[in-house]
Design a protein around this ligand. Structure first.
Ligand code: GRG
Length: 291
């Protein structure tokens, strides 16, 4: 069952990160970093990576560093997203946001340190993969995280607040803000599976579509979700003047759009037959989830 798989994967990644951090020199930032990345969150991106790895019979041990790095970048983005200068949210994952618990300066520095930790984890000499593949993965992670990826998407999201934008502009923003990290997840699997450029491109686009689907679900939960299950206040998007596809096209139309997108993604996985079962289940969960 997908929920058990999520829990199992989250534990695996948390343990990896705990061990990794415990081997490093002590610092004052360890606690806010751990608070931001360990024991919290669905670790859905890791489950996407591990499920996609099954399509190509990849050894899970080769994927763990990628998962941990992605969760570091993701948690970094959430810590910064919650800051007063961004979305100004004081609750995350059912707990006070990192800047509420540790102060703004520590939250900024812990976020920055998680970003750099991600690259440390992938470039680690003990991560035994071909250096050429490693380099390709590092470059893609940088591209998907920076101004051409989630940071650039976040800037658009903030600049779009209370403005009039069309469908294409909102999709571009969401594919960057949320989609690019999922893009990286599938691309990295393609690199490790030594796929050709055409297939890696196919996987990147598929990942970005999965990210867009994930963002749809996030926006649905903001309207109809439960604060307790989601672990953060709901009904914030409208108050903040956020541009979402639901605000643009209305709940029902957005729901149909998201379901069509899900079908399109599942259809693309058909060619992999049974090997894509875990990833297909993960995609069903992504849209159907209530947390
Ligand atoms: C990190 C490169 C970088 C830049 C910082 C603040 C920021 C720029 C980007 C924010 C991006 C952002 C918050 C995207 C939203 C994505 C999203 C729907 C997050 C919720 O993800 P879940 O549900 O969270 O997977 P959990 O708590 O389960 O981990």
């Amino acid at each position: 069952m997908i929920k058990n798989r999520l829990i199992k994967n989250a534990k695996k990644i948390d343990n990896f990160l705990i061990n990794y951090l415990n081997r490093q020199d002590r610092s004052l930032l360890i606690n806010p970093m751990k608070y931001g990345v360990i024991s919290g969150g669905k670790k859905i991106r890791s489950t996407v990576i591990l499920s996609a790895g099954k399509i190509f019979n990849l050894d899970q041990r080769k994927l763990i560093n990628i998962c941990a790095a992605v969760e570091c970048i993701h948690s970094y983005s959430l810590i910064h997203d919650d800051l007063p200068c961004m979305d100004d949210d004081s609750i995350r994952r059912g707990k006070p946001s990192t800047h509420i618990k540790f102060g703004e300066a520590s939250a900024v520095l812990a976020g920055n340190s998680l970003l750099t930790l991600a690259f440390e984890i992938i470039s680690d000499k003990n991560y035994l993969i071909n250096p050429k593949l490693k380099n390709e993965i590092i470059k893609s992670l940088a591209f998907c995280s920076g101004h051409t990826g989630i940071a650039g998407g976040q800037e658009l999201d903030l600049k779009f607040e209370n403005k009039k934008k069309n469908l294409k502009q909102i999709i571009v923003m969401q594919k960057k803000k949320t989609g690019k990290l999922f893009n990286f997840c599938l691309y990295a699997v393609g690199v490790l599976a030594k796929r050709n450029n055409k297939e890696k491109k196919f996987l990147s686009i598929l990942g970005e579509e999965i990210g867009l689907l994930f963002q749809f679900a996030d926006d649905f939960l903001d309207i109809r979700g439960s604060k307790e299950l989601v672990g953060k206040p709901i009904k914030k998007d409208k108050k903040k003047g956020k541009l979402t596809l639901i605000n643009l096209m209305g709940y029902e139309k957005a729901h149909n759009y998201a379901n069509n997108l899900k079908r399109k993604i599942l259809l693309k996985l058909k060619k992999h037959g049974k090997k894509a079962r875990d990833l297909s289940d993960t995609i069903e969960f992504i849209l159907g989830r209530n947390f």
